[in-house]
Design a protein around this ligand. Structure first.
Ligand code: AMP
Length: 118
């Protein structure tokens, strides 16, 4: 069952967001609490709660998210320095919004991929 999140409202432009890219399949906007100088979320326009809910028919949309990430990285002039794409799934990852999204982070040296929680 499709459950509305704040991201559905951003896609429909019912709540304000700094949208940097939108097409028929995906929407991308700046994260409200950036963790790096550039922190953009790329989301499918259709509702998918978690990566566990991805189905074969979503393949084109999910592939497109990466194409769009690279396009935005170019727009933001971080292709040569580099950047990181992150997708969280469920509790251990810290997923907060249950509408899948890809974080594109960059703009400075990002450090190690994971910090160890004792
Ligand atoms: P995650 O922890 O992977 O679920 O990430 C959710 C992200 O959504 C966090 O980085 C939040 O800062 C971001 N976020 C939540 N609400 C908004 C919003 N209204 N506009 C932009 N980013 C948001």
């Amino acid at each position: 069952m499709a459950v509305e999140t704040i991201f559905s409202k951003i896609i429909r432009r019912e709540v304000p967001a700094d949208i940097v890219y939108q097409d028929d399949l995906v929407t991308a906007f700046r994260d409200i609490e950036p963790q790096a100088p550039i922190h953009i979320l790329i989301i499918p326009n259709i509702f998918i709660a978690t990566i566990n809910d991805v189905k074969p028919e979503h393949e084109q949309t999910l592939g497109h998210m990466i194409i769009v990430a690279a396009k935005i990285a170019k727009q933001e002039s971080i292709v040569y320095d580099g950047y990181r794409l992150i997708m969280n799934c469920n509790q251990h990852s810290g997923q907060e919004v249950f509408h899948i999204h890809m974080h594109l982070v960059g703009g400075h040296h990002l450090g190690p991929l994971l910090t160890k929680n004792e």
